[in-house]
Write a protein of this length. Structure first.
Length: 239
C-alpha cells in the first residue's frame, strides 16, 4: 500500500530525514517509534504532502505521490490524523465529521461511514451539536480519527493519538485502532507510547535522528533488550 524509498527532508538547512526507506503492506499496522526529534512526525508530513521532501520517492497504492499537494493525496485515499488533533473548534461535531465525509464519494457512502464511526465512538453521537473546541482531549482525539474515517481511507496515518490522554482513554483509543485494523484499513502509527504501539502493530521501525536504525516484527522488537531499555522502561508491553 505504501512504499517510502530514500526519503530526505530538511527544515531551514537542517536535515531532518537522512534517506529513510520502509513499507506498509495491505492490512498491516506499522509503527514508527523513537525519541522526540527522531523525525517521525516529519515522515508523516512528507507522506501526506504537508512537507515537501528534498529527495526520495513515496508510492501509494502503486502511484507515485512524491511532492503532490495534500488535497490530492487525501483525495487518493491517504488520510492523516495529525499530532494535536486539529479539530475545527468552531464547528459542531456533526460539521467536523461532514468535512471528512466530503471525500467519501457520495451521500450514501457518507451516511454509511457516519453510522460506522458513531458505532466506533458512541460518545460522538451524544455530542453532535456540540462545538469541537468544547470537547475533552479524549473526545477530540476520537473526533479527529472519526473525521478521517468519514473519507473512506485506503490508508490511515496516525500521529501521537495517545498524547496528553489519561491511561483509561489511551486504552480506549488503542482498542479502537485495533478495531479499525480489523476492518482492513492499513495504519502507519507514530506513537511515543512504544509499548502500546508495539502491542498493536504487526511490524515496527525504530528511528533515531532522522534514520531508521532497527526494524522487524513488533513482537521481536518488544522483546529486544535494547528496545526495552530505551523505550519501554526496561519492561514489556501491557498484559
Amino acid at each position: 500500500m505504501l512504499e517510502v524509498e530514500g526519503l530526505k527532508a530538511s527544515y531551514g538547512g537542517i536535515t531532518a530525514l537522512h534517506g529513510i526507506s520502509f513499507r506498509v503492506e495491505a492490512g498491516e499496522v506499522v509503527s514508527l517509534i523513537g525519541a522526540n526529534g527522531a523525525g517521525k512526525t516529519t515522515t508523516l508530513k512528507c507522506i501526506s504532502g504537508v512537507v515537501r521532501p528534498v529527495a526520495g520517492a513515496i508510492r501509494f497504492a502503486g502511484r507515485d505521490i512524491t511532492g503532490l499537494p495534500p488535497h490530492e493525496i487525501a483525495r487518493a485515499g491517504l488520510m492523516h490524523v495529525p499530532e494535536g488533533r486539529r479539530v475545527f473548534s468552531l464547528l459542531t461535531v456533526r460539521e467536523n465529521l461532514l468535512t471528512g465525509g466530503f471525500l467519501a464519494g457520495d451521500a450514501s457512502a457518507a451516511k454509511r461511514n457516519m453510522e460506522k464511526v458513531l458505532s466506533l465512538f458512541p460518545v460522538l453521537g451524544e455530542r453532535m451539536a456540540q462545538l469541537g473546541g468544547t470537547l475533552s482531549g479524549g473526545e477530540q482525539q476520537m473526533l479527529a480519527i472519526a473525521r478521517a474515517l468519514m473519507a473512506s481511507p485506503k490508508l490511515l496515518l496516525l500521529d501521537e493519538p495517545s498524547m496528553g490522554l489519561a491511561p483509561v482513554l489511551v486504552e480506549r483509543i488503542f482498542d479502537t485502532i485495533h478495531e479499525i485494523a480489523k476492518d482492513g484499513i492499513p495504519i502507519l502509527l507514530v506513537e511515543q507510547n512504544a509499548g502500546m504501539a508495539l502491542e498493536t502493530s504487526n511490524r515496527a521501525y525504530v528511528m533515531e535522528r532522522g534514520r531508521i536504525v532497527m526494524e522487524g516484527p513488533a513482537g521481536l522488537l518488544a522483546a529486544d533488550r535494547r528496545i526495552r531499555e530505551a523505550y519501554l522502561g526496561g519492561g514489556g508491553t501491557r498484559g
